[in-house]
Every structure is written in structure tokens, then in C-alpha cells.
Design a protein around this ligand. Structure first.
Ligand code: ATP
Length: 304
């Protein structure tokens, strides 16, 4: 008998090129206008048949990934199995390249990846709409990990509209030591904006046009993250990383999502290499990675 075949799904990280955050709602969530762009840093989730749901993880940050039922990949398998009235008997292996707790939606990526991998492994052929519903149940960033490309997310960020992107953008991501908790960053945002009349979050027309045109210079001028001040307040050392990248020639720098990863938009692949080298040498981050966007969403890889 041959060993049971597995299904591997590759799924991208994201950067928020605009993250507009409204005031805290009565339920504690914030309304967002969130422009997501998928970038070419990927996790791979492999699903193989097993007696029960188990998870393993490999990669530089593997020790920071929970291997119990709180892992978003495990929760995805459970929700999908429950929808179809079957048991989540699967082993999920995560090859992790996306920084953990870095504001790049690594956990969300694994949730979307596991969902697609289990759906293919179990031969369920779940409709795209139902997959997206399950993603939204898993977390605000998970639907985008499934679709990739670029999208505007409103509500908590989970109501997505795809956006056209007219060309490739080049990035460097500086990975910080240690993570930042997303709820803690929102808490700090609430503290910093106490008594302030926070405007309704809306997508910037200038930014959407820059994406549509594939215009790097225009995008550099339009990048915006309303969580940046809160992330910098909790992690003041990020200011030095932002400065090091800008001094090395990045066109623009911002905190990625809730941080502490910082994102640098650069002119081309050559600039990405030199900015990444300068950031690494600056000692202001753990490592720096070059990537391009847009990247495709969760994709089943051909079996080896
Ligand atoms: P986001 O950008 O969506 O706010 P993030 O990139 O900052 O998220 P994640 O890497 O998703 O953060 O991790 C946040 C926390 O989620 C981790 O500290 C970990 O406890 C938990 N977690 C659950 N599942 C996973 C997973 N598959 N990979 C990484 N972290 C996970």
C-alpha cells in the first residue's frame, strides 16, 4: 500500500498599505478601511490523513506557534469538518516563513491554508462563498489570506472587495525581535485617541489609484497606518528601524499592520537588495526580507 497522499497549500503574508481605524465600537471592535496587499512571503500548510487532529510546525519562529486547538489552522479544520458533519481527522504541518505576531497575518494565512488543504484532502469541494464565511468566522484577516492580490476590507476588515493592481511593487520587511499583540496595539490606539474625535475610516482615492496604476512613487506618498503611533508607543525602538530603512534609500516606510514588522517600499529589486542589506547591518532589526506584491492567495500546490 502506498502512503496516504497529502495536500500542500501555499499562502501569502500581507501588508496593509492603508489601515484607517475608526473609534472603538460598543462591542470593542473598530470599524476599518483596510487596504490589504498580499506579498511574496509564504507559509505552506500540508494536510495528511491521521487518526485525530494534530499539528506540527517548522521554521525559525516555530517555537512561538501554538500546537494545540488554538492554532488557527486547527480551528479551520474543525470548522470545515463541522460544516460537513465529519471528523477533523487530519495532520497539519506548517512550514512557517511568515514572522509570528509580526503584523503580517501569519496565523490568518495558516487558517486559510489549512481550510483549503483540508477541503481538497477530504474531497469536499466546498463553495468559495462558504469557505469565505468560515474564514470570516476564524478572524478578520483570514478571508484576505484566501483571496490574496489586493483588496479593500471594511467592517472589521473582513468584508472584502478585490482591487485592481497595475504592476509589481517591491518591498523590504524588517522583522523585529519578539511580537506585538494585536489587541494590545488596539488598546494603545484607544488610549492615544481618548477624547479625540476619530473620523470615519475611508479608503484613500489617491492610494487606490496608485495601486491601479502600479505607480510606486504615488503609492509611497499615500501609505498610511493609523496603528503606527500605537505600535511605536509600545515599541519605541521601531522608530530607529524606520529611519534606517529610509536612510538606506526606501521610498517610504511604515509599520506593517499592528507591527512590529516594518515595511519599506522600494523602487525595484536592486533597491530591495541594498535596503535589506543596510537594514540587517543597522542592527535595528532581527532580519530583513525582500518581497514583491501582489502575490496570489491560498493556492494548492501540485503534488510532488
Ligand atoms: P495580524 O497581522 O493578523 O494581526 P500577526 O501577524 O500580528 O497577525 P500572528 O502571526 O497571526 O500575528 O500571531 C498572533 C498570535 O496568534 C500568535 O502569538 C499565536 O499565539 C497565535 N496563533 C494562532 N495560530 C497561529 C499560527 N498558525 N501561526 C502563528 N501564530 C498563531
Amino acid at each position: 500500500m502506498t502512503a496516504p497522499a497529502g495536500v500542500t497549500v501555499r499562502v501569502p503574508a500581507k501588508v496593509n498599505v492603508q489601515l484607517a481605524v475608526g473609534a472603538a465600537r460598543p462591542d470593542g471592535f473598530h470599524d476599518l478601511a483596510n487596504v490589504f496587499l498580499a506579498v511574496s512571503l509564504y507559509d505552506e500548510v500540508t494536510a495528511t490523513p491521521a487518526d485525530e487532529l494534530t499539528i506540527t510546525c517548522e521554521g525559525p519562529d516555530a517555537d512561538k506557534v501554538p500546537l494545540d486547538r488554538t492554532n488557527l489552522a486547527a480551528r479551520a479544520a474543525e470548522l470545515l469538518a463541522a460544516r460537513h458533519g465529519i471528523s477533523p481527522a487530519v495532520h497539519l504541518h506548517i512550514a512557517k516563513d511568515i514572522p509570528v505576531a509580526g503584523g503580517m497575518a501569519g496565523g490568518s494565512a495558516d487558517g486559510a491554508g489549512a481550510l483549503l488543504a483540508c477541503d481538497a484532502l477530504w474531497g469536499l469541494d466546498t463553495s468559495r462563498d462558504v469557505l469565505l464565511e468560515i474564514c470570516a468566522e476564524l478572524g478578520s484577516d483570514v478571508p484576505f489570506s484566501l483571496v490574496g492580490g489586493a483588496a479593500l476590507g471594511i467592517g472589521r476588515g473582513e468584508q472584502l472587495t478585490g482591487l485592481p493592481v497595475g504592476g509589481a511593487f517591491h518591498w523590504v520587511f524588517a522583522v523585529a525581535d519578539g511580537g506585538l499583540s494585536t489587541p494590545a496595539v488596539y488598546g494603545e490606539f484607544d488610549r492615544l485617541t481618548e477624547g479625540v474625535d476619530v473620523p470615519e475610516p475611508t479608503a484613500s482615492p489617491v492610494l487606490l489609484e496608485a495601486l491601479r496604476a502600479g505607480d510606486t512613487t504615488a503609492l509611497a506618498g499615500a501609505l498610511a497606518n493609523d496603528l503606527q503611533a500605537a505600535a511605536l508607543s509600545l515599541r519605541p525602538s521601531l522608530a530607529a528601524t524606520l529611519t534606517a530603512g529610509t536612510e538606506a534609500g526606501a521610498l517610504a516606510a511604515l509599520v506593517s499592520g499592528s507591527g512590529p514588522t516594518t515595511a519599506f517600499l522600494v523602487k525595484d529589486a536592486e533597491a530591495a537588495e541594498s535596503v535589506a542589506a543596510a537594514l540587517t547591518a543597522s542592527g535595528t532589526c532581527r532580519t530583513a526580507r525582500a518581497a514583491t506584491s501582489p502575490a496570489p492567495g491560498a493556492t494548492v500546490l501540485p503534488s510532488a
